[in-house]
Design a protein around this ligand. Structure first.
Ligand SMILES: *Cc1c(COP(=O)(O)O)cnc(C)c1O
Length: 352
């Protein structure tokens, strides 16, 4: 079975070997306050920062999931309000989670085929946080670096970005936001069970000003521990080991992103040429890591079923277009030969 599900998704082929290495090394039996663990955590963070080109002064924390980051942000960084700019299901969920916790989440919805309207971002309160979804996994759209850079230049507010299905697959404009987060089961090509949170010095300052030390998700408490290469609770040691190992293996993000870009261009050309309709019409806002295809409900059911029979898992639709779309992950761990298999299947299905 090969999978194109956009999360949990295909893990790097080498993960099998690394699992065995982790066992052999003994580190997965080590105490999380031991030197062996701390060294391993330090290596994992260093490898990640090096390969993804994260600015030196941004800090990296491993948490449980991207969903947990919604809570961490709400409890530690939002003192007044938050403005959620989104066009799909994940951005909306983030807003809803935040609204339940803070009661002060504002929505700014935009259409899937459009870029968000920067004019909507002018009436911000001084401490309001801007929340964006870099790659909207539900509908296969993405924000451009130009948009993020322009937004950054236009206001002083803290910007938090959900990059769950793009981090480690494309180049992110780190300096254009203060909080970036994702989870490992997407472009990282790792088994599910961990979130990655990357924060700027300005976000740390805000967390200090807010001063939350009373929750499990206290960012200050998480940070105190990570500064010592420890974690507040007994962590996912195996997940951290695999992160360090995979980040050591992968090529620098510029190279990985080049491949993601080429493969995405190729999908966006191949699909319409072979009778498939793309969910996102505006090329400028198409995601490079999640490709969404639109069709009738009946045909979507038929394609997914035939794919399964051919040993291929396609991603279900998600959110509003759940029934009338399927999604193809364009994540780095997927091999050229797997892509060829899917293309052959799609060609033969459409010619029926
Ligand atoms: C997958 C996903 C999430 C949720 O990730 P979890 O690891 O399940 O918490 C959040 N946001 C986006 C954009 C996603 O793609």
């Amino acid at each position: 079975m090969i999978t194109f599900y956009p999360g949990p998704s295909k893990v790097y082929d080498e993960v099998g070997r690394y699992l065995h290495e982790a066992f052999e090394s003994g580190v997965i039996s080590a105490n999380h306050r031991s030197t062996a663990f701390m060294q391993m955590l330090e290596d994992a963070i260093r490898n990640l920062k090096t390969k993804l080109n994260v600015p030196d002064d941004y800090e990296v924390y491993f948490v449980s999931s991207a969903t947990e980051c919604w809570e961490i942000i709400a409890e530690n960084l939002i003192s007044d309000a938050s403005l959620h700019i989104y066009n799909g299901a994940f951005g909306e969920k983030w807003m809803e989670y935040t609204q339940k916790l803070t009661g002060s989440a504002r929505s700014c919805f935009f259409e899937a085929n459009e870029e968000p309207d920067l004019n909507a971002v002018t009436k911000l309160a001084a401490n309001e946080i801007i929340c964006l979804t870099h790659n909207e996994t539900s509908n296969g759209t993405a924000l451009t670096s130009e948009f993020l850079n322009t937004l950054r230049a236009q206001c002083e507010n803290i910007i938090a970005v959900d990059a769950t299905s793009s981090m480690a697959g494309v180049v992110l404009p780190w300096d254009s936001a203060d909080v970036w987060y994702g989870s490992v089961q997407k472009c990282f090509g790792l088994p599910a069970g961990m979130g990655v949170m990357i924060v700027s010095p300005k976000a740390v300052e805000r967390a200090i000003a807010v001063g939350n030390r009373s929750h499990y998700n206290s960012l200050l408490f998480i940070r105190d521990n990570f500064l010592k290469f420890q974690t507040p609770y007994t962590p996912n040691t195996l997940g951290i080991y695999l992160m360090g190992r995979v980040m050591k293996q992968v090529l620098p993000i510029e190279t990985v992103a080049e491949q993601t870009h080429k493969r995405a261009q190729d999908w966006y050309k191949f699909l319409p040429e072979n009778g498939y309709r793309l969910l996102v019409e505006n090329e400028a806002v198409r995601s490079e890591t999640v490709v969404a295809v639109k069709d009738s409900k009946e045909r979507i059911v038929a394609i997914k079923k035939a794919a399964l029979q051919a040993g291929i898992v396609l991603g279900n639709g998600y959110g509003k277009d759940k029934e009338v779309s399927f999604r193809i992950a364009n994540f780095p761990a997927i091999t050229d030969s797997e892509i060829r298999t899917l293309k052959d299947f799609l060609v033969s299905f459409s010619s029926k």
